[in-house]
Design a protein around this ligand. Structure first.
Ligand code: SF4
Length: 261
């Protein structure tokens, strides 16, 4: 059976939200680590040009119609579970995806449904209609930026520094932000990103590269990273969520690491 456009994600995605919405597949950022090109999700991404999914009806009108129907049907459960996450199969704020994203987000927000949006795109901050919508529903919306500290692995996305400036701008506009420190490419780069946003970002989520492999990381670096992040979190009142991948790596490898006595 086909997964509908509003659905319950599984695996690592479920740690972000109980409900997700995918209207498009395909993404132009070209990240070399893209989870949609690896592991069990390989071949699900589509090309570099996003296209509206067949299951969304193939057009914006049909997508909105299906979105409304599904949201209305599960309204109580979705609100109780914390709302809807956009998106796991594209960047929902690209030039090619923002139209569908915003029409569905607007419907959800106007019905009082919380919405989280994860992006690397920065251009849309000049769209006054989008900024106004988010500001007017700032108690329900949360905009996340992925930060890795590795621009070379995200060749067509705005640089990490530009994303941080966008987060700062959104925070200055009283629009809530979160940081997705995922994937961690290496712990020092991720820590540098966190230190840059610690002054204003109070919601940080951290995860390792998918699919999970303990061989990619150094346990001692992970240990120092967690120590520093926890210190920052308690001194700056930041909520940090360590995803299952990093918790697993830390726990399993602590048992075999010689410095962990
Ligand atoms: S932004 Fe996300 S969906 Fe787009 S290429 Fe990068 S990892 Fe893949």
């Amino acid at each position: 059976m086909k997964t509908p456009i509003i659905y319950r994600p599984a695996g690592a995605a479920a740690e972000y939200a109980t409900w997700g919405c995918n209207l498009y597949r395909g993404c132009s950022h070209g990240c070399t680590y893209c989870y949609n090109k690896r592991g069990i999700f390989s071949n699900s991404l589509g090309g570099e040009t996003p296209e509206i999914m067949a299951k969304a009806g193939g057009s914006l009108d049909k997508a909105l119609e299906r979105f409304k129907r599904l949201l209305d049907k599960r309204y109580g459960t979705i609100v109780r579970d914390g709302g809807i996450f956009f998106s796991f199969t594209t960047d929902p704020m690209l030039l090619d995806t923002i139209a569908g994203t915003i029409m569905c987000v607007e419907y959800a927000l106007k019905r009082g449904v919380p919405v989280q949006i994860l992006t690397k795109a920065t251009w849309w901050l000049d769209r006054s209609d989008v900024m106004e919508l988010f500001y007017d529903h700032r108690n329900l919306v949360r905009v996340g930026y992925t930060l890795t500290g590795h621009d070379e692995m995200e060749p067509c996305a705005p640089p990490n520094e530009e994303r941080i400036q966008s987060m700062q701008y959104l925070d200055d506009c009283n629009i809530p932000v979160f940081a997705s420190i995922e994937p961690v490419i290496d712990f020092p780069s991720s820590l540098a990103m966190i230190m840059e946003i610690a002054g204003f970002c109070k919601d940080i989520r951290i995860g390792l590269l998918s699919p999970y492999s303990a061989k990619r990381y150094d346990w001692n670096e992970c240990d120092r990273f967690i120590g520093k992040v926890n210190e920052l979190a308690s001194s700056r009142n930041i909520k940090v969520y360590y995803k299952d991948s990093i918790r697993r790596f830390y726990k399993e490898n602590a048992q075999i690491n010689p410095t962990n006595t």
